[in-house]
Design a protein around this ligand. Structure first.
Ligand SMILES: CC(C)(COP(=O)(O)OP(=O)(O)OC[C@H]1O[C@@H](n2cnc3c(N)ncnc32)[C@H](O)[C@@H]1OP(=O)(O)O)[C@@H](O)C(=O)NCCC(=O)NCCS
Length: 179
């Protein structure tokens, strides 16, 4: 268990947690993204949080996958991948924030900010030079959040998932250089 603050902790996810992670994300993901999808995000959650995919992500080298706890309750997930390159910055030591999804009942309490500042400190301790992530352009909540924390635009692409509505396909890569 990692203590981020008195009320916020990270608990490592293990293979035996796959069902709990799936149930959690069945609630957390659609609350933020159901309007992106023709099926309200069912297919996406089922694929990303299937037992097979969770196990695959837990086995990935250099990755860390956590539950986020707030006041001792599991309220989200947080996954980071060390040494994940960002195009154009091949010479830099890069870490990717792969997933951060917090329950809507906890939004706006500074939890996301604390998590990212913890990651920045960890990365700096390990002498990483850059943090990057993918963010959906049509999700202002996430975009404004990253902007506020100093993340900059790097590039973008359009996701080709069949069930995604056409007007929300744009996904940007954002990054922040560490000092
Ligand atoms: C995006 C997310 C991680 C942010 O975490 P959070 O705990 O709600 O955000 P915080 O309370 O730490 O906010 C940090 C700063 O961002 C700002 N911010 C947060 N949401 C915002 C919004 N919708 N619009 C404008 N600014 C916002 C806050 O005002 C705060 O700034 P301040 O410190 O000056 O007050 C969280 O809302 C979430 O999980 N959303 C749903 C899933 C998602 O989209 N995840 C990102 C996938 S890329």
């Amino acid at each position: 268990m990692i203590n981020i603050s008195e009320k916020i902790q990270l608990k490592e996810i293990s293979v035996t947690d796959s069902e709990s992670l799936f149930i959690l994300m069945k609630e957390v993901y659609p609350a933020a993204y159901s309007h992106f999808w023709e099926d309200f995000g069912d297919w996406y959650v089922d694929s990303q949080y299937s037992k097979e995919n969770i196990e695959k992500e837990l086995l990935e080298e250099n990755a860390q996958y956590y539950f986020v706890l707030f006041k001792n309750e599991i309220i989200g997930n947080f996954r980071i991948i060390w040494d994940k390159k960002l195009a154009g910055f091949e010479e830099k030591k890069c870490v990717k924030l792969h997933r951060v999804y917090l329950h809507s009942k906890t939004h706006g309490n500074g939890i996301g900010k604390r998590l990212l500042s913890w990651l920045e400190k960890e990365a700096e301790k390990k002498q990483y030079e850059l943090i990057w992530l993918d963010a959906m352009n049509e999700q202002p909540q996430a975009f404004e959040f990253y902007k506020k924390l100093g993340y900059q635009y790097h590039s973008h692409c359009f996701l080709d998932f069949e069930l995604l509505h056409d007007n929300v396909r744009k996904m940007s890569q954002l990054y922040k250089k560490l000092t």
